[in-house]
Design a protein around this ligand. Structure first.
Ligand SMILES: C[S@@+](CC[C@H](N)C(=O)[O-])C[C@H]1O[C@@H](n2cnc3c(N)ncnc32)[C@H](O)[C@@H]1O
Length: 292
């Protein structure tokens, strides 16, 4: 890092502001707004000291071979992703994080049903919305021969490195961004996990635009598929139907229209999906879509 006395950290000031303060500042009174804007830089520096150092998983694995034998829930809890049964709140500001374990989404057991038999293979896996990269660290050990990609609007948050990990910028609210940052890589994925903004439009775009980059027999998972239905700020200014409604219509062989996708994207999905299933996690729902 440029400022020598500060720990080697990647999270940028703009990311810190967007994640922890933008929302708060928007809602604050005039006086509080000014106070928060003046102090945010000092809060940022203070929080940098609480962020863990980037971990090189290839080195870490040499000392922790036992992790390659663990199940996905163990690994999610070990690396503190909210896909496991319990987690320490990774979304709190670094200086406010504590060791208290709270209920997490509990999706890992559902994931395992679909993925266990192929876990030893050389798979291409991408997660949209990586945050610190805690889920990709869990995947690194669970899928020990796989390449794991992470795409996020704030890739500077990512806390891991390895020859088998790659993280990069993508904004899932933009077809152009998905095209430019993911599709141009010409990778065919075995598994695509959508865990980014959870906004109504972004969930639709991600599934329909990326479905062509999923291999035959591949799996697409949409986490928190019920967010646009249940949380107003996940649909503000956006047009229904949400993805959950669209997928239910497809299951019931009913037609649907969405202004967020074109005819080709819709037809490609309809011709190539195999199964669509919904599952309840501990807090929210996920959809798992299999390709023919
Ligand atoms: C729920 S967190 C991901 C948690 C992570 N998958 C895990 O299991 O630990 C959501 C992430 O989505 C990212 N995000 C929000 N909006 C996005 C967008 N439009 N495009 C890409 N990523 C976005 C945020 O920066 C954040 O890192």
């Amino acid at each position: 890092m440029a400022l020598g006395i500060l720990p080697e950290k990647k999270m940028k000031l703009t990311t810190f502001y967007k994640i922890y303060y933008r929302h708060r500042i928007k809602k604050a009174s005039y006086v509080l707004k000014i106070y928060l804007i003046i102090t945010v830089f000092f809060r940022y520096i203070f929080n940098l000291f609480y962020l863990p150092k980037k971990k090189n998983l290839d080195d870490y694995a040499k000392e922790n071979q036992n992790l390659f034998q663990k199940d996905l829930n163990y690994l999610c809890e070990y690396f503190n992703s909210d896909k496991g049964e319990k987690f320490k709140n990774q979304y709190a500001k670094p200086s406010k994080q504590d060791d208290k374990k709270i209920t997490a989404h509990g999706y890992s057991k559902i994931y395992e049903k679909y993925l266990k038999e192929n876990k030893e293979k050389n798979l291409n896996i991408i997660e949209l919305g990586s945050f610190y990269g805690n889920a990709s660290a869990a995947f690194y050990f669970y899928f020990k021969n796989s390449q794991i990609y992470s795409a996020d609007i704030n890739p500077d948050m990512y806390l891991y490195k390895s020859k088998r990990l790659e993280n990069f910028f993508t904004d899932t609210s933009s077809k152009d961004s998905i095209e430019k940052n993911i599709l141009t890589r010409n990778i065919q994925f075995d598994l695509i996990i959508e865990d980014a903004s959870h906004m109504l439009k972004d969930q639709i775009i991600s599934l329909f635009v990326l479905f062509k980059s999923l291999k035959s027999g591949g799996i697409f998972i949409v986490e928190e598929i019920d967010f646009p239905e249940k949380k107003e700020d996940m649909r503000t200014g956006q047009e229904f139907p949400d993805l959950k409604t669209i997928l239910k219509k497809i299951i019931n062989k009913e037609d649907f229209n969405s202004k967020y996708i074109n005819k080709d994207e819709k037809n490609y999905f309809l011709e190539n999906f195999d199964t669509i299933k919904f599952y309840n996690g501990n807090i929210n729902e996920i959809a798992i879509i299999k390709k023919k």
